[in-house]
Design a protein around this ligand. Structure first.
Ligand SMILES: Nc1ncnc2c1ncn2[C@@H]1O[C@H](COP(=O)(O)OP(=O)(O)OP(=O)(O)O)[C@@H](O)[C@H]1O
Ligand SMILES: [Mg+2]
Length: 247
């Protein structure tokens, strides 16, 4: 059984179709990539999956159960959790307190695939151990991005949705995030990861979804994505990001 099966998912705002009839599956254990130009609908898809944005139509099956009408907290307690493109940590709490808030409110008695990670393990995985007593607003951008991930990890996710945790980082920081995502995956957590930094993303994933104008243009392995005419056309004329290159 797939961990996630999305069927005909659609989101319309007045005058704008942000996501149109998108279908795909994600088997347990995969890191699946999601790319597409600005405004393609990537964050909208994340919001629909986490429940932060109500869908217009379509179905979301999680572990075989239709969760389309579940509120966000119920999806979170079931292990389906997103991070936000603009980090939403508590700026006046320390790093450790931020993680403990996630633990307190994000974890409820449920059928988990494993025990929740301890706070120390989460801080190690996200490389924040030495900043645990710092306040959220004292962190650099790279630190705030990792804190966003740490807060999500505190809820003991089974499927973690990462929305642009690499944006704005320098090459050394990008390498750290790649390592962090590999450590998360090694703990048995499946991931859907969206990034404009395709070079770094393609170090993590074999398979990618490509969105454009709310439509799923392509789903398949990253080598084929770099040669697909529709994918290339979607990226042509865009200064940023570059067309995905064949890894
Ligand atoms: N609340 C809203 N009301 C109206 N339109 C919206 C709303 N939220 C998003 N949109 C529109 O939906 C489309 C998809 O936006 P979305 O944020 O999902 O794109 P994205 O792929 O995440 O882009 P980026 O790469 O810039 O983060 C855009 O045209 C956007 O303007
Ligand atoms: Mg976005």
């Amino acid at each position: 059984m797939d961990l996630l099966a999305v069927q005909g998912l659609t989101k319309r705002y007045a005058g704008v179709t942000a996501l149109s009839d998108v279908s795909f599956t994600l088997p347990e254990g995969e890191i699946l990539g999601l790319i597409g130009p600005n405004g393609a609908g990537k964050s909208t898809l994340f919001g629909l999956l986490s429940g932060m944005i109500p869908r217009t139509s379509g179905r979301i099956l999680y572990r075989g159960v239709d969760i389309s009408r579940w509120p966000p907290y119920r999806r979170c307690h079931a292990g389906l959790v997103q991070t936000f493109q603009l980090a939403r940590g508590f700026p006046d709490l320390t790093v450790e307190q931020n993680v403990r808030v996630g633990r307190t409110f994000g974890v409820r008695g449920r059928d988990r695939h494993s025990d929740p990670l301890s706070v120390d393990e989460i801080l190690t995985i996200t490389d924040l151990s030495d900043r645990r007593s710092r306040k959220g607003n004292e962190l650099t951008l790279a630190g705030r991005k990792r804190l966003e991930v740490a807060r999500a990890l505190a809820t003991a996710p089974r499927l973690l949705l990462l929305d642009e945790v690499m944006a704005g980082l320098n090459p050394a920081e990008l390498d750290e995030v790649v390592g962090m995502i590999q450590r998360i995956h090694a703990r048995g957590i499946s991931l859907l990861v969206t990034e404009h930094v395709v070079e770094s993303l393609f170090r993590l994933v074999h398979r990618v979804l490509v969105l454009h104008h709310g439509q799923l243009l392509f789903s398949g392995n990253i080598q084929q994505a770099g040669q697909d005419p529709a994918v290339l056309e979607a990226y042509l004329g865009q200064a940023e990001p570059a067309a995905p290159s064949v890894a």
